[in-house]
Structure formats: C-alpha cells, structure tokens
Design a protein around this ligand. Structure first.
Ligand code: NAI
Length: 242
C-alpha cells in the first residue's frame, strides 16, 4: 500500500503520514521546498514503522509540477491514497485584502486539489481503486471573518470532495474530507493570544485539537472500515459549531 500526503513536512500532514505509516502504508511525503525537511526527523520516524519513505518536492499549486510528480509515481507502480493537505492562511479583512493574497490562497489551497486529484486520480482510475482525502476546514463550512480567501478555498474543497466522489465512485475510488477546527500546529501558533482565547470560548470540549486527532480520522477513512463512506465531510472541531 502506498500513500502520498501533500504539505507533510510538519503539522497535520506529518501526523497523517506517521499514522498511515503505522497502518503499514509506504509513504511519499511532499512539501514545497527541501528546506521544509531540514532539521526534521519525519523520514526517520516513518521508517521506524518498517515502511518505505520518499520525499517529492513540488509546489502543489503548480499544475505541471503535480503532473511530473504523478508521472514519477506511476513509473514506480500504484498509489492507494492521496491526502490533499497542503494549505496556507493569509488572513485579513476583505476591505483590505489584496488581489495577490486572494489568488495565492486560492491557488495553494484549492487549485492544488484540482492538480493533484486530476493527475493522481488518473492513476487511480486505471487501477480502479483508490482513496482521496481532502483537508478542508470549519472556515469552509461556516465562513470566518478575516478569512475571505481561506474560507472560499476551503468551501470549494467541500464541493470538490462531493463531485470527486460522484465522478470516480463508479471506478472504486472513494473521496471524503475532514474539516478540522482549531488544531495546534505552526499555522495556528501564528494567531494572537486574544484570537486563541476567543476560539476556546466557542469550543464545547474547551481545548484545542491535536494533529493526531485529525490523523486518526483520516486513517479510518482510508481503511476498509470506511469502505461504504464517500462524499462525506467529517468535522473534527471539539464541537466548535454546535
Ligand atoms: P502547517 O502550516 O503547519 O503545514 C502546512 C504544510 O504545507 C507546510 O509544511 C507547508 O510548507 C506546506 N505547503 C504550503 N504551501 C505548499 C505548496 N504550495 N506545496 C506543497 N506544500 C505546501 O499547517 P497545518 O496546520 O498542519 O495545516 C494543514 C492543513 O490543515 C491545511 O490545509 C490547513 O488549511 C488545514 N487546517 C488546519 C487547521 C489548524 O487548526 N491547524 C484547521 C483547519 C484546517
């Protein structure tokens, strides 16, 4: 079994890669630069589960780079799991949001999922099997002030998940999404203490989530235990939106 996880040098992507390695998958890590893997023991940790681990450097917002990555994967065999995890935030109020930051977030968070699903999906179509997981967000489900670009990109992923499930389901390919709430990673460490305290008030479980708590759900969705689940969005937010 083989899985590719985009944006997996750190944070939620790294936790997903580790969990899938524990479940016996050979892992292809992806991130935007070699630098992301410097002073980083993720490869060692993955190999400690007795599976293979390779790194593919590519900017997933780049169509041709994704095509190249998929052709390299195809050359060495099959692919069972694609996790579209890479994502960024460039927050700001709509009135002050530049076109550049809008486009940047849409390209990295949303167009990347088109690029990867198209090229890796083509391999899965030929195999007549595969599992795709998109990492969306509660911002995509409910919107979030100050995140017009991010919410737009993550909302699109919800529609893309359902469409992928409908288009590829007949060929044995499942596609689901996870929608994390506030998960402790370098991405959320950037929020001010005031923003973090405000978020905590709205969470029923009164604590932030951990990357492992997202990874466990992704691993379940990839497993045979989820063989009749497709086109679904699973919220992992500690009860943020109830
Ligand atoms: P992170 O910032 O810790 O990790 C994201 C990774 O993606 C980094 O390693 C980064 O280098 C990589 N990346 C960025 N641009 C890329 C590109 N163009 N091509 C390839 N790789 C690229 O973020 P975190 O928190 O681990 O987030 C992972 C995913 O989970 C993102 O899609 C994020 O939107 C989503 N998410 C995170 C939440 C949180 O609370 N941390 C909540 C909801 C969703």
């Amino acid at each position: 079994m083989k899985a590719i996880i985009t944006g997996s040098a750190r944070g939620i992507g790294a936790a997903i890669a580790l969990k899938l390695a524990e479940d016996g998958y050979n892992i292809i890590l992806n991130d935007v630069s070699e630098k992301a893997f410097e002073n980083n023991d993720i490869v060692q940790k993955i190999k400690s589960f007795g599976v293979d681990c390779h790194i593919k450097i590519a900017d997933v917002s780049d169509y041709e780079a994704c095509e190249q990555m998929a052709s390299e994967i195809k050359a060495i065999g099959s692919i069972d799991v694609l996790v579209n995890n890479a994502g960024i935030t460039r927050d700001g109020l709509l009135a002050r949001m530049s076109e550049e930051l809008y486009d940047m977030v849409i390209n990295i968070n949303q167009k990347s999922v088109f690029n990867m699903t198209k090229h890796i999906g083509n391999i899965m179509l030929r195999q007549k099997s595969g599992c795709i997981i998109n990492v969306t967000s509660v911002a995509g489900l409910y919107g979030n002030a100050g995140q017009f670009n991010y919410s737009a990109s993550k909302g699109a992923l919800i529609a893309m998940t359902k469409t992928t499930a409908k288009e590829l389901g007949g060929r044995g390919i499942r596609c689901n999404a996870v929608a994390p709430g506030f998960i402790r990673t370098p991405m959320t460490d950037k929020l001010t203490p005031e923003q973090q305290a405000e978020m905590l008030k709205a969470i029923a479980l009164k604590r932030y989530g951990e990357p492992d708590e997202v990874a466990n759900v992704v691993a379940f969705l990839c497993s045979e235990k989820a063989s009749y689940i497709t086109g679904q969005i699973i919220e992992i937010s500690g009860g943020l939106s109830m």
